[in-house]
Design a protein around this ligand. Structure first.
Ligand code: R1P
Ligand code: MN
Ligand code: MN
Length: 406
């Protein structure tokens, strides 16, 4: 039996990217800074968590050692495990962007070697002719926002005006994204999704990676809340990914969570959606129980990034990591000889960093399974090695951008 289970902890960077400076992220370290804050008592929140960061299961899989490989330092206040199980190391990204599609596609063996289009952070974010075309073809009376913003702040700022005027809230970030927030009832969820498809077509000319629907509910600025009906409209990956290659070889590729949207629904044979990291974990376990010889289960755990990284919430991020860590024994119990699990991340989103955007970092690569002997592979110079590890483990032909780590 050879099955592979690839879990992406969205934004769980471990610092040390060799090109961090070029992104304004020199010193950013998602794990390192969370650990440092927790060790200093700055990760406490009443009723949620307190004290040093506790990740005993990921530490036993080599997380502390991977962090040291990435930055040269051990995370503060976290004990070293007595022994490490599995094959571990750190990986650097070669894609030019620090966004979610770039990270995931590179993990799947396809680095993004072209430049995405971005919208400017000074003045209006969106060109006037694009806004005009969106209003005309999307049949809307205008747009609100038209700037770089944090998604929760901008719905508090413009949500009421949006409800009165019917103008959707359009914003972007340092990612290659056009995001549209609209009220699920007063604007309508279906109408928002239709508008996103119109905008998807229009922003192709600007090389924008994703158009994202950000529906919300509530009746005033104090209680507007985003719902789980987010939908990402991505461009297609530039080349076939390991998902496409597996599907082509007749294997099942069971995507869980945002993976479907991130890969523009290419290369999947089944998709399960779930809201929240714990539900995503449960859905992944169910997928693992169904998986047969040669199959892949690929899950994205989005809360780390969306709820805590972008919101710069250290206690929230720490609690989410601890909750994830506590689920790993459940996963371990389901493994059969020949299975491998790979835990990794797509970029950083250091909750102690300036602004609200992602941070360029190395990521951990923690691989384990009943038949894997413990060792370090050091620092991989591309995430593509992860996808090629899956390819080799599942016995399909190698791709052009990486090589198997086991
Ligand atoms: O602030 P919110 O709306 O969560 O947006 C964040 O989520 C987007 C997509 O992952 C990123 O580009 C960032 O802008
Ligand atoms: Mn991401
Ligand atoms: Mn993000």
């Amino acid at each position: 039996m050879a099955r592979a289970f690839l879990f992406v902890l969205d934004s769980f960077g471990i610092g040390g990217a060799p090109d961090a400076d070029a992104f304004g992220d020199l010193g950013a370290d998602t794990l390192g800074h969370i650990a440092e804050f927790c060790a200093a008592g700055a990760g406490d929140r009443a009723g949620l968590r307190e004290g040093p960061l506790q990740l005993p299961n990921m530490s036993a899989l080599g997380l502390m050692h991977a962090a040291k490989l990435a930055t040269g330092r051990l995370p503060a206040g976290m004990p070293l495990p007595e022994r490490v199980y599995g094959v571990y190391g750190a990986a650097s990204e070669t894609s030019r962007g620090k966004d979610t599609p770039s990270g995931h596609w590179e993990i799947a063996g396809t680095p993004v070697m072209f430049d995405w289009g971005y919208f400017p952070s000074e003045g209006d974010a969106f060109p006037a002719e694009l806004v005009e075309a969106i209003c005309r073809e999307g049949d809307i009376p205008g747009i609100l926002g038209n700037c770089h913003a944090s998604g929760t702040e901008i719905i508090a700022r413009f949500g009421e005006e949006h409800r009165q005027s019917g103008k959707p809230i359009c914003y972007t970030s340092s990612d290659s994204v056009f995001q549209i927030a609209a009220h699920e009832q007063s604007f309508g969820l279906d109408r928002l999704l239709e508008l996103c498809q119109v905008v998807r077509r229009l922003v192709d000319d600007y090389s924008i990676g994703r158009v994202i629907a950000r529906p919300f509910v509530g009746d005033n600025a104090q209680n507007f809340t985003r719902t789980g009906n987010r939908r990402d409209y991505s461009v297609l990956p530039p080349e076939p990914t390991v998902l496409d290659r597996l599907k082509e070889a007749g294997r099942k590729v069971h995507a869980v969570g945002k993976i479907g949207d991130i890969f523009a629904h290419q290369g999947l044979t089944k998709l399960t959606k779930a809201n929240g990291n714990m539900a995503l974990f449960d859905a992944s376990l169910a997928a693992i129980d169904e998986a047969e010889d040669g199959d892949l289960v690929f899950t994205n755990f989005v809360d780390f990034d969306m709820l805590y990284g972008h919101r710069r919430d250290v206690p929230g991020y720490a609690a989410a990591l601890e909750a994830f860590d506590q689920r790993l024994p459940d996963l371990d119990r389901r493994l059969k000889p020949g299975d491998i699990v790979i835990l990794t991340a797509d970029h950083g989103c250091d909750p102690t960093w300036r602004g609200t955007d992602h941070t360029r970092e190395r990521v951990p690569v923690l691989m384990f399974g009943p038949s894997l002997r413990s060792r370090s592979f050091g620092v991989a110079n591309t995430f593509a090695h992860i996808g090629e590890t899956v390819a080799r483990h599942l016995g399909i032909a190698p791709g052009p951008h990486g090589r198997s780590l086991i």
